[in-house]
Structures are given as structure tokens and as C-alpha cells.
Write a protein that binds this ligand. Structure first.
Ligand SMILES: C[S@@+](CC[C@H](N)C(=O)[O-])C[C@H]1O[C@@H](n2cnc3c(N)ncnc32)[C@H](O)[C@@H]1O
Length: 210
């Protein structure tokens, strides 16, 4: 990775993702997570202050060294224990059924092998555990979608592999997880990156034995 990807991009992402209207969205998506939580694409730790008190530990997976460094201050300030484990959501170095919840905010757009990542999420979740996600993706508005497809190659180049045009609901639906709920809405901001998918998917509970 060159100077831009390694140094400039994570600082730019940290600045851009700290928008106050994003903070509101973070709090909403994290409101009902509990226990041991894996956060995919932890970035600079902007979700940390929004975790509810029912969370006991955050396992942070983040490939960018600079983003991990930018997160250090937030990690130090947080009352939660945070441990860094792993670099790629498509290969999570955790045991099967070892976390209660997985969180992904603005990250499923970027993971290159997102199908494998969702399979990994299902593997590390305990039976009945949840994935909470908040992601930008393909707009239902044809005019916006057309621009998302057009601009996607440029976005991928300058935003570390981020796709503008992923159908997040379909990706989750095609995974081993059960999609329980998904809302779509559009935030303020550049229209090609402002259509959001917020939802919950669950690993099937263990079948009852009688
Ligand atoms: C737009 S940022 C979002 C950061 C953070 N989740 C947030 O809400 O502020 C996307 C993040 O995904 C990370 N990322 C890129 N490829 C990844 C991968 N294969 N697995 C996990 N995370 C990845 C990036 O380093 C970056 O921190």
C-alpha cells in the first residue's frame, strides 16, 4: 500500500466519519448489543463511546495500522476493554461461536471478499448471536444508482476499495445469517454515498433438545 492508502486515507476517513450526524446513527445501531462484541473495520474507534453498558468487551478487527494508532486515544479513554485481533474480516482469527454480537458500520462496503466475511461472522457468532450493521450502499433511486455504478471504479481507487453500489440487504440475505430486519434511508451528504442500510441479522439459535 502506498503513502496515500497507508497514511492519508485513514486520517481522511477519521475526519470524515466523525461527523455529528453519524454519531447519532452509531448510537442507534449499537443500542441493543451486549456481551463480547466483535467490531469489523474498527477504524479509529468512533463507535466506542456509543456502546451500551451491557457490552463487556470489544474485539477490534482493523487492517490499517494508522487507523489503529488513531484509535489509541479513544481506546485509552473508554471504560471498555478493547483487544485488537485480526486484519481482514474475511479471515477472523477467533474461535467458532466465541462472540455474542458483531458490529459493522460503514465497513461491508470495503471488505474485498465480503461474502467470506459474512460467512466468518456467522461462524464466530454464538447461536442466537446478532450482527448489527449500518452501511451505505446502492440507492433505490435509478438516477442515483446510475451514478453510483459509474463512479464506483473511482471510489474504489481513492477510498481504499470502498464500493458505492453494494446491495447490503442482498449480501446479508445470501449469507448463512438470518436477516431479521433492515431499514433503508438517505442521509444528508453526497447522494452517491448517503443511502444507508441499517439492520440486524442473526445466527440461528441452537435447536432445542427435548
Ligand atoms: C469507511 S471506514 C469505517 C470505519 C469504522 N467502521 C467507522 O464506522 O468509522 C472502513 C474501514 O474498513 C476497514 N477495512 C478495509 N478492509 C477491510 C477488511 N478486509 N476487513 C475489515 N476491515 C476492513 C478500513 O481499514 C476502514 O477502517
Amino acid at each position: 500500500m502506498g503513502l496515500y492508502g497507508e497514511h492519508v486515507l485513514p486520517r481522511g476517513v477519521n475526519w470524515c466519519m466523525a461527523r455529528p450526524e453519524f454519531a447519532e446513527q452509531r448510537a442507534a445501531v449499537l443500542a441493543d448489543v451486549a456481551g463480547r462484541v466483535l467490531e469489523l473495520g474498527f477504524g479509529s474507534g468512533l463507535n466506542l463511546e456509543h456502546y451500551p453498558s451491557a457490552v463487556s468487551e470489544v474485539v477490534a478487527l482493523e487492517p490499517s495500522r494508522v487507523a489503529r494508532r488513531l484509535a489509541a486515544e479513544r481506546v485509552a479513554r473508554s471504560p471498555l476493554p478493547v483487544v485488537f485481533e485480526g486484519l481482514d474480516g474475511a479471515s477472523i482469527p477467533l474461535a467458532d461461536a466465541s462472540v455474542d454480537a458483531v458490529v459493522s458500520t460503514w465497513t461491508l462496503c470495503t471488505i474485498a471478499d465480503v461474502e467470506s466475511a459474512l460467512r466468518e461472522v456467522a461462524r464466530v457468532l454464538r447461536p442466537g448471536g446478532i450482527l448489527r450493521f449500518l452501511e451505505h450502499g446502492l440507492s433505490p433511486e435509478p438516477g442515483v444508482a446510475r451514478w453510483q455504478h459509474r463512479l464506483n471504479p473511482i471510489q474504489k481507487l481513492f477510498a481504499g476499495g470502498c464500493h458505492l453500489n453494494r446491495r447490503i440487504d442482498e449480501l446479508v440475505q445470501a449469507s448463512p445469517l438470518r436477516l431479521e430486519a433492515v431499514e433503508q434511508f438517505t442521509m444528508r451528504g453526497p447522494r452517491v454515498a448517503s443511502h444507508l442500510y441499517r439492520g440486524t441479522a442473526r445466527r440461528a439459535p441452537r435447536p432445542r433438545t427435548t
